[in-house]
Design a protein around this ligand. Structure first.
Ligand code: H79
Length: 461
């Protein structure tokens, strides 16, 4: 063999080696692969957020003192400046014997929700599953001694609902995270040199457990704003969880790209995360970056017994409609009690939204947004995926018998239907606008919002 022919296999190996050895970098996914991965989530539109943990025990009242406002829920440890040793007794009392995973999932499903995101661990550090690396969990620390996430996962599988986990990066309880400084730690300056040990030896194994054992569809990180957490760690965790489950969907709070509560990422694409997370707000318009608005039904995420400031069912329907028209998902929260019950006020409202969706769901699920996502304050548009059907959702029943639409053009000779109402609705073109005669009886077709199904196109100006 001459020198050159001996070199050929070496060269081939050198060229192939990096491709074989290096794990795929999930941050360099193609647009087509990303779209495929996001498909179910984009179609789903509506999910249930569940904030549940030992904070439901004080439920807003610590040592006889009421913590009003948002601080009285899952933030009570911080808001009432409760040291770890004084908070732990709440975990010792966390005994939700009334928890029935099937009934929770049925409530979500009847509301029309397609997925559930529950707190595997919130900022207080308590774990809702049987973690091998934690003592501060449902199996070792609390009297309940049931793997709550395992029960919820099994119920979700039975009902065809996807399950995801909210997981807090910030941890007020772990001795290598913020416990040594809690409740006086400084969130502006790096206060803990041991934090990376927590990230390596605790957070990573826990995420490995959660992904491999419970096969979640989504990981929803939070608490990423603390200075101990870095952009590099965010990218690394994103890669790690995606390599464990390539189809996993991960929110943008895994990394440091989020700008304020608006929740969307800064312009450049170097930040990891698949969707933006506006919190307690809905974007002003459509966006190129996938997004999900998370929202409470009252003023708290975690259960606070004296929070009765519930949004009306109409408001919830209108928010779902607004979010859908702008191309986002709506993640609506419930805060179950320490006994394991979803508050009745939440259950009633969810049932009302579910009833609305049974008539109007085709205007929400699997729809796309249009550039003309609205017309005035009380009309929102969505479109079928093939783009040939437009839904005009009226969030108020019009005052006049004739409705005027200027931003869509119905196909000539096509029928316009009011969902839930028998028979077509008369319409005519008048110059550049469409006039629709709404029958008074149509008002009874639905409640809170009414959908017109139109074959046609949006006006492109
Ligand atoms: O999990 C839910 C919240 O606990 C969490 N994100 C959602 C999904 C969240 N983290 N931070 N915030 C929400 C905003 C922070 C608000 C604060 Fe406060 C203002 C923290 C301290 C002052 C609210 C008021 C909580 C305590 C007092």
């Amino acid at each position: 063999m001459n020198k050159l022919s001996r070199l050929v296999p070496v060269l081939v190996l050198l060229i192939l080696a990096p491709a074989v050895r290096l794990p795929a970098d999930f941050l360099d996914e193609s647009r087509a692969d990303f779209d495929r991965r996001m498909n179910w989530w984009r179609e789903a539109r509506f999910g249930m957020f569940i904030h549940w943990g030992p904070y439901a025990v004080p439920a807003g009242v610590h040592r006889g003192r009421e913590i009003k406002g948002t601080g009285g829920g899952e933030w009570i440890m911080h808001a009432a400046a409760i040291p770890v040793a004084e908070y732990e007794p709440y975990a010792r009392q966390f005994n939700p014997t009334a928890f029935d995973a099937d009934s929770w999932v049925r409530i979500a499903k009847d509301a029309g929700m397609r997925y559930v995101i529950i707190t595997s661990k919130h900022h207080d550090g308590f774990c809702l599953w049987d973690s091998a690396v934690a003592n501060y969990d449902v199996m070792d620390f609390a009297p309940i001694r049931r793997d709550l996430l395992a029960e919820l996962k099994a119920a979700c599988d039975r009902h065809g609902i996807r399950l995801g986990f909210y997981h807090s990066i910030m941890d007020w309880h772990h001795p290598d995270a913020q416990a040594p400084h809690f409740p006086t730690y400084n969130t502006k300056e790096k206060s803990n040199a041991r934090f990376s040990r927590y990230a390596e030896d605790y957070m990573k194994p826990q995420l490995r457990e959660l992904v491999t054992r419970y096969d979640p569809a989504v990981l929803w990180f939070d608490g990423e704003w603390i200075p101990e957490w870095t952009h590099e760690q965010g990218r690394e965790i994103y890669r790690m969880v995606r390599s464990l489950k390539p189809s996993l969907i991960v929110n943008n709070r895994v990394d440091k790209g989020r700008q304020g509560s608006k929740g969307m990422n800064r312009g450049d694409r170097r930040y990891a995360g698949d969707f933006g997370t506006p919190e307690q707000e809905i974007l002003a318009g459509i966006s190129d970056f996938d997004w999900e608005a998370c929202m409470t039904m009252n003023d708290n995420w975690g259960f606070r017994s004296r929070d009765h400031n519930w949004k009306s069912a109409a408001t919830l329907v209108h928010q779902l409609v607004d979010v859908s028209a702008k191309g986002g998902n709506y993640l609506l929260n419930v805060g179950p009690t320490a006994e394991g019950l979803i508050p009745a006020a939440s259950v009633e409202r969810l049932a009302a939204v579910g009833l609305w969706l049974r008539t109007n769901g085709e205007a929400i699920f699997g729809t796309c947004s249009l550039r003309q996502y609205h017309e005035g304050d009380h009309i929102r548009y969505t479109a079928s995926r093939d783009g040939n059907t437009i839904y005009a959702i009226l969030t108020a029943w019009p005052d006049s018998a004739e409705l005027r639409l200027a931003r869509i053009v119905p196909e000539e000779g096509s029928e316009i239907r009011l969902l839930g109402h028998a028979g077509p609705v008369p319409w005519r073109r008048e110059g550049k606008v469409t006039m629709i005669s709404l029958p008074e009886a149509g008002r009874a077709a639905s409640n809170h919002a009414w959908t017109l199904r139109v074959r046609g196109q949006e006006v492109v100006d």
